[in-house]
Design a protein around this ligand. Structure first.
Ligand code: ATP
Length: 328
């Protein structure tokens, strides 16, 4: 592939997710394959502003494909939101001879990249790395599949306690704006109810449904609640409401929190990261800029960054129907 570009940087930005390391490795190795220099930027855009760079060759990314988190570290940089901060970052990239960068992160990181491209006409490329799967232009973001597997395993364990004590558990999972994790783990772990931001069941319907479950012979129940669910103010309020209205159940709450973001990436995420890294570098070498690579109908495709940022990932309606039928 003939290209004028000889040096590409890679950084991880925003919240970490499993698979980021596999993507860093893929970008570095694809650069090595095409005889291009690769530079790792530490601590996201803050490291770009401070010139915190490290050359990466094919061997320096060994042994990281199976590691969670990000070896390049991540950060949220307020300074990069200012024109002065971005100017410093641009000067550092020029000084180092970097001609394009690949950012692995969420929509905030992509917004920063797009602004940077518009200000300095600097080639940028995005790889979606977030467990929430809330990005348009890809059926899966990096880390999402791993998070689903992690959460299903935990809910299976919670169910052991729930059924031993006739308890009702509210399990809160990540997903402030979208319910992909809740819906999928709810179906995968056999939850009785799934509460997601996209659908407001209402407290009364939740109660009716739990009462129906009880009458049908269920002695315990798991309700999976996405962080951003709109029914109650929070999962503890839901607990109080149900306890007041269903004295036959002992109700418990489990908030899973940050453990959902960690851990060794699943095989699916490692493969996806490897494919995305190759496509990101090859797209830059084709002279393109400001795209996000994504998985669409099992093919790695590119979507303009501005569409990826503005578009909404849609909840799977068919899966919502399956969830309904399964909780009969
Ligand atoms: P996550 O999905 O985990 O939250 P994210 O990439 O959306 O990941 P953000 O904190 O929103 O995470 O963004 C990461 C970084 O991108 C910010 O700390 C900031 O440096 C940069 N960024 C975000 N929005 C902008 C913006 N409007 N202008 C410039 N930079 C931005």
């Amino acid at each position: 592939m003939a290209s004028k570009i000889k040096k590409i940087a890679v950084l991880t930005s925003g919240g970490d997710s499993p698979g980021m390391n596999a993507a860093i490795r893929s970008v570095a190795r694809t650069c090595a394959y095409y005889n291009i220099e690769c530079i790792g930027i530490y601590r996201g855009y803050q490291g770009m502003i401070e010139g915190d760079f490290l050359p990466l060759n094919a061997r320096s990314v060994k042994g990281i494909i199976n590691k969670g988190g990000t070896v390049l570290k991540s950060a949220r940089s307020q300074e990069f939101r200012t024109p002065e901060g971005r100017k410093k970052a641009h000067e550092n990239l020029l000084k180092e001879g970097i001609e394009a960068f690949v950012v692995i992160g969420g929509d905030g990181s992509f917004t920063g990249a797009l602004i940077f491209n518009e200000e300095f006409n600097f080639p940028v490329m995005g790889i979606p790395g977030t467990i929430d799967n809330d990005i348009y232009g890809t059926s899966h973001t990096l880390g999402y599949d791993t998070a689903l597997n992690t959460v299903v395993e935990v809910i299976d364990k919670i169910r052991d306690t729930a059924s031993s004590h006739n308890r009702l558990f509210f399990v809160e999972v990540m997903g402030r704006d979208v319910g992909h994790i809740a819906l999928n783990v709810g179906v995968g772990a056999g939850a009785e109810e799934i509460l997601i931001p996209e659908e407001d069941l209402g407290l009364e319907r939740l109660l009716q449904s739990l009462k129906r479950s009880k009458l049908s012979g269920k002695s315990s129940s798991i309700v999976v609640v996405a962080e951003g669910d709109k029914i109650g103010k929070n999962v503890f309020e839901l607990k109080e409401y149900v306890e007041e209205n269903m004295t036959e159940y002992e109700v418990r709450v489990s908030v899973l929190g940050h453990m959902q973001r960690g851990g060794s990436p699943s095989c699916f995420d490692r493969v996806l990261a490897s494919r995305m890294g190759v496509k990101a570098v090859e797209t830059i070498l084709e002279g393109k800029s400001s795209y996000m690579v994504g998985l669409l109908s099992d093919k790695i495709e590119i979507t303009p960054l501005n569409e990826a940022i503005k578009g909404k990932s849609k909840i799977n309606k068919e899966l919502m129907r399956v969830a309904d039928i399964m909780s009969v």
